[in-house]
Ligand binder design. Structure first.
Ligand SMILES: [Zn+2]
Length: 673
């Protein structure tokens, strides 16, 4: 498919520069039977989606997802090369990733061990004579990432963002979020029944009898439902103030007196005066209530369940398959499990991501890609500056503060300047499960070691091969790993319209996150502190409410629609991103000859088509419903049609009539940035 398009594009050669063929929009992906003014998502890439059904092992599919999967082929080559080097020195990158991958692929050995790897842990939990003894075991589980019912991690202090403090968050539930436990709708009621069946099946696979397994399922469900009642929903948690509860160690002890925090801190090697935030005090109160009231035997079952569930994908096939059947097939609609090599590749990226990533960027991320990205980021930041300065609803005073914030944006492109050192991680060719524990322990310790120290601004939250990007409001940084800086987001040899329409909008999106309903609460230093005048803040919130209302009306199914509050930040990001990327593109054309039309499409139209083609996912219905519940991103159709139907620039580019579906009525148009 890709080759056919390349050949077609070459024949057209509508955008040659210095004799070189540049990549333009993919005209063969368009659905010309669709009216761009009616459903632009369908128009921009309907034919591609029709010809490329979602593979059985995926829940979403588009050229971007395809590129993400192709990156895994590249990672596999690197891993297989390393696997062949059987005499690489212990602790070297080749030894670590080669042995990790080799052990992960050795399914004969993994299947022969069955559930044996977790049996000693089950026995240790069973052997605890009282809650104090059980806590000692739980601390060890936390060391390798089995963090129920709470998780202590490093987080920047919202009130002193140069410092990392401890942060305690809720981590008690096995279903995706609270509504699954509490809402009466049929889809949630069914998920609860399926979850109980799943828990019982898993325990049976671990060797328990029928009666013990089904009673365990009920125990877990009862405890988790109580936790769910005391937990905030995803939309509520998007407000940073909702999770802002700075407290002291003494207060923590008072909050949850039935847990020995002094012992926990000692185990974690954390000084008690290190600084602490508790995300959800109401949840902590419920935790204390259950610590006091729930029998020891039930707590043992609860921990055994979270250990079993967390470890399942690293055990023998029956557990891997049952874990997949519930969490991916039932909840997300993925019909087939990914091939073993791909799961092993994803895991190597998860546990040893900067070791693997170092080899990946050396091979696949050329310096010219970084240079062109730097240039685009600079142009997008300049466009945002122009945009802020011309916002009619904002006072000069607030504009000044917004400019200050924009001036401190820190773009990170491709890969970290300083790589993590994995040389002490004990990875062996013949001990897969223990490798997973070692990899998890490294990640937990790597995070814990940040607590109580000044912030290290060089750290990355994604590995280099990841096909994604993010904004971090505390560091005021926009981050683009090498994995996303490839087609269809970014073409080193692409026309500007396509690069601005795809990666340009992504850059604009991340910049706009600094000024969405969440990001706008942080100042230029990452301090959670208001910098808006009262009148401007009111204007900003009203403009946000317009976007939330727009998305509240986007339906996934008959009774299921997006939650505007949950997707508000991402949707402000998309609206602002599309607008400032368009501004930056227009500015880049100044003083140059106008670029050629491609197949009858003007440069302005190409820009929007590029966004529609980049963002054009087909998504399984189950995955859509899961997203509506848990994901702050809207589904792709609305990420394309939602922002564009607000933009006069889009209406003009395609000369859409007022009243078209892609043109929101004047009084309903949303305009934030
Ligand atoms: Zn985003």
């Amino acid at each position: 498919m890709r080759n056919a398009i390349a050949i077609l594009a070459m024949l057209l050669c509508s955008s040659c520069m210095f004799g070189q063929q540049l990549h333009g929009i993919d005209v063969s992906d368009l659905d010309r039977s669709a009216d761009p003014c009616n459903d632009f998502f369908q128009f921009a890439n309907g034919t591609w989606r029709a010809k490329n059904p979602i593979p059985a092992s995926m829940t979403r599919w588009s050229k971007r997802w395809q590129a993400g999967e192709t990156s895994k082929d590249k990672l596999r080559d690197i891993l297989e090369d390393a696997e062949k080097q059987t005499n690489a020195p212990k602790g070297s990158t080749e030894q670590l990733i080669g042995d990790y991958y080799g052990a992960c692929m050795d399914t004969a050995k993994i299947n022969a061990r069955g559930v044996d790897p977790i049996k000693p842990w089950f026995a240790e939990i069973d052997g605890a004579k009282n809650m104090a003894a059980l806590q000692i075991t739980v601390e060890k589980l936390h060391d390798f990432g089995v963090t129920a019912p709470f998780n202590l991690s490093g987080a920047q202090d919202l009130h002193n963002p140069t410092q990392v403090i401890a942060d305690i968050g809720e981590s008690a539930l096995g279903l995706p979020e609270r509504d699954y436990y509490l809402k009466p709708e049929q889809r949630f009621a069914e998920a609860r029944e399926k979850y109980k069946e799943h828990i019982a099946t898993m325990f049976k696979l671990a060797g328990w009898d029928e009666k013990k397994s089904s009673s365990a399922a009920q125990t877990v469900m009862t405890m988790e439902t109580k936790f769910a009642e005391a937990t905030l929903g995803r939309a509520e948690l998007r407000d940073p103030k909702a999770a802002d509860h700075k407290t002291s160690f003494a207060e923590l002890q008072k909050m949850v007196p039935h847990f020995d925090w002094a012992e926990y801190y000692k185990h974690k090697q954390l000084p008690q005066d290190t600084g602490l935030n508790v995300d959800q005090p109401k949840f902590m109160a419920e935790l204390d209530r259950q610590l006091a009231a729930t029998p020891l035997a039930d707590w043992k079952v609860y921990y055994q369940w979270h250990l079993l569930s967390g470890a399942a994908e690293n055990l023998s096939d029956p557990l891997v398959n049952e874990d997949f059947a519930f969490n991916r097939k039932y909840l997300a609609g993925q019909s087939e499990i990914k091939p073993r090599w791909k799961r092993c590749t994803e895991q190597a990226d998860q546990f040893l991501g900067e070791a693997l990533g170092q080899l990946y960027v050396k091979k696949y991320f050329p310096p010219e890609a970084k240079a062109r990205m730097q240039e685009m980021v600079k142009n997008l930041l300049a466009a945002m500056k122009d945009d802020i300065s011309t916002r009619p609803w904002m006072s000069a005073e607030t504009k000044q503060k917004a400019m200050e914030k924009l001036a401190t944006f820190n773009p990170k492109i491709g890969y970290p300047d300083k790589w993590k050192d994995y040389s002490k991680v004990d990875i062996r060719r013949d001990t897969y499960f223990e490798n997973v524990i070692a990899g998890s322990k490294f990640l937990v310790e790597d995070d814990r070691s940040t607590i109580g120290k000044p912030v290290d601004r060089g750290r990355w939250g994604l590995t280099p091969p990841t096909s994604d990007a993010y904004y971090n409001p505390l560091l005021n940084e926009i981050v683009f790993p090498a994995g996303i800086l490839q087609p269809p987001a970014f073409y080193v040899d692409g026309v500007d319209a396509v690069n601005y329409g795809a990666i340009g909008v992504v850059i604009g999106h991340e910049i706009s996150h600094g000024f969405d309903d969440e990001g706008a609460q942080f100042d230029s230093t990452g301090h959670l502190q208001n910098w808006w005048t009262e009148a401007d803040l009111k204007q900003f919130q009203e403009r946000g409410a317009c976007v939330a209302d727009q998305f509240d009306h986007y339906y996934i199914d008959k009774d299921v629609h997006h939650n505007g509050k949950l997707v508000l930040g991402e949707s402000i990001g998309d609206l602002g991103g599309a607008k400032i990327a368009y501004m930056a593109y227009m500015k880049s054309l100044e003083g140059k000859p106008r670029p050629a039309d491609i197949d009858g499409f003007t440069p302005e139209q190409q820009f929007f088509i590029a966004w529609g083609q980049f963002r054009g996912d087909e998504i399984r219905p189950e995955q859509q419903k899961l997203m509506v519940q848990t994901d702050p991103h809207p589904i792709a159709k609305y990420r394309v049609n939602g922002p564009l139907s607000n933009l006069p620039e889009f209406q003009q580019a395609f000369q859409c009539k007022d009243g078209s579906a892609m043109v929101r009525p004047a009084g309903k148009r949303c305009d934030v940035w």
